[in-house]
Design a protein around this ligand. Structure first.
Ligand code: DLL
Length: 432
């Protein structure tokens, strides 16, 4: 079902003309309003007027997460703060988050694209949408919330967690669309089974699952256990939040909404644009955003285009499932985690050795993080109290920096295997 037939099914030639017009306006605006871009473009010998075709985009420099960090918190905004009506944030590589801002129009565009995504999964104003993505600085909760309201559906803003209550509400309210991370959906399915719920007798029809990698195997499990159609949704805070791309019922990739974003796939090592169909890093340029436009943003997500025309009639290109990252970011219970964040906590404490390991596992569909850290010999002799104290302090600090709980395991010197090259900081035992 289309939400915005005209834009979703626009002939490609017309779509490209629209993209070029919007790209040129965006380039002009960032050149005028954001010193960072003006300097970058000038260094690369580019004036806004030199962007005459979509191919010219390739000549523009990339923007990276590091650039966002260097301009923390609002340095890349293209409007004044009086025009910003909301900010969101996601994990940065160290203690400071990545901050994004929205104008009223940006929030409106986002609501439109989130409504488009819900409609793509068959959503209408007759639906009851149980939104179990987290509300707060994370974009998942509020992003889909506004989309579901725009659609005219009844939104249940339960946010994440409190599983038994979720299941009770799902049954009592007659939820028809579930929005949450795929791993949490599986957890809900299994807890529901334990409570004796029969999902086949419930009106659930679609699940809109994203914010973390998942697989066809998980899709099969979700569809079978919850008796719904499970579809993939993609987005990232830097670009907007959920609703950058959405899978349609053809299930052969997610349509990336090209009337608002220009996607490219590049070789992450050379930066070269790759031919359609090759796997590489997804790069996105926003062409309608006001507060926080991004030019050629390196998402670090690995995927490829599915250039085949789609039987659903949408003309926007599809991207395949995200198969990995070009950096070491982990997604644990839907939360982005960088090993360097843990490292900064340990360094700051000054009480541990610089040897640590993140061990990630999935037990009963819930992600678990354990952090092994080496501490000095003397602590291990007879200072059990001190060890417990330190463990607790680190646990609290890590929880406040990462935004998720973790077990901290203090270990004796030389317990963590040393590597001859790049240190191995993560053991990920999850099977998805
Ligand atoms: O996860 C936005 C979102 C919310 C998307 C709800 C979908 C649903 P961030 O917290 O900034 O934003 O994390 C963005 O999560 O760069 C990917 O690595 C990963 N990611 C998002 N969607 C998917 C997906 C939200 N469908 C980062 N499959 C991205 C795999 C995904 N990875």
């Amino acid at each position: 079902m289309y939400w915005d037939r005209e834009n979703e099914t626009m002939p490609r030639e017309q779509l490209q003309a629209l993209q070029l017009e919007r790209l040129r306006l965006t380039i002009e605006r960032v050149y005028r309003n954001v010193p960072f871009y003006r300097e970058r473009f000038t260094k690369a010998g580019i004036k806004p007027s030199s962007v005459r075709s979509l191919e010219d985009l390739r000549r523009l420099p990339f923007t990276t997460k590091q650039d966002l960090r260097d301009n923390y918190p609002f340095g890349l905004f293209a409007v004044s703060m009086s025009d910003v009506v909301r900010v969101h944030a996601s994990s940065g590589t160290t203690g400071k988050p990545t901050v994004v801002g929205y104008t009223k129009n940006d929030i409106n565009t986002w609501a439109e694209l989130a409504a488009r995504s819900l409609a793509c999964a068959g959503g209408t104003k007759f639906d009851v949408v149980q939104n179990a993505y987290g509300y707060g600085l994370f974009t998942g909760g509020l992003g889909l919330h506004y989309g579901a309201e725009r659609l005219g559906a009844a939104v249940v803003p339960v946010s994440g967690g409190n599983t038994r209550r979720q299941l009770m509400l799902m049954q009592d309210f007659g939820t028809t669309i579930l929005t949450c991370t795929p791993s949490y959906a599986l957890y809900l399915a299994e807890e529901g089974q334990k409570m004796g719920l029969d999902f086949k007798k419930m009106p659930l029809k679609a699940g809109i699952f994203g914010a973390e990698p998942w697989s066809e195997r998980m899709r099969r499990q979700l569809e079978e256990k919850l008796d719904l159609v499970a579809l993939d949704i993609y987005g990232l805070s830097e670009i907007m939040g959920p609703g950058v791309a959405m899978e349609c019922p053809a299930k052969e990739g997610m349509h990336i909404f090209e009337d608002h974003f220009i996607p490219e796939i590049i070789d992450p090592d050379t930066g070269e644009v790759l031919p359609a169909g090759s796997e590489g890093e997804l790069v996105i340029t926003t062409i309608t955003k006001e507060a926080f436009p991004l030019i050629r943003y390196r998402t670090r997500d690995i995927t490829r285009f599915n250039p085949e025309p789609c039987p659903c009639g949408r003309t926007h290109l599809r991207i395949r499932r995200i198969t990995g990252r070009t950096d070491d970011m982990l997604i644990i219970r839907g939360v982005n985690v960088f090993p360097s964040q843990v490292e900064s906590v340990l360094l700051e404490s000054g009480e541990t050795e610089p040897h640590y390991l993140l061990v990630v596992d999935r037990k009963g569909n819930l992600d678990q993080l354990e952090i092994w850290v080496e501490v000095g010999e003397e602590l291990f002799s007879d200072k059990v109290r001190q060890l417990e104290d330190l463990e607790q302090r680190l646990r609290e600090r890590i929880e406040s920096v990462l935004g998720i709980s973790a077990r901290v395991r203090l270990v004796e010197p030389n317990t963590i295997p040393r590597s001859e090259g790049k240190a191995r900081r993560v053991v990920d035992r999850r099977e998805i």
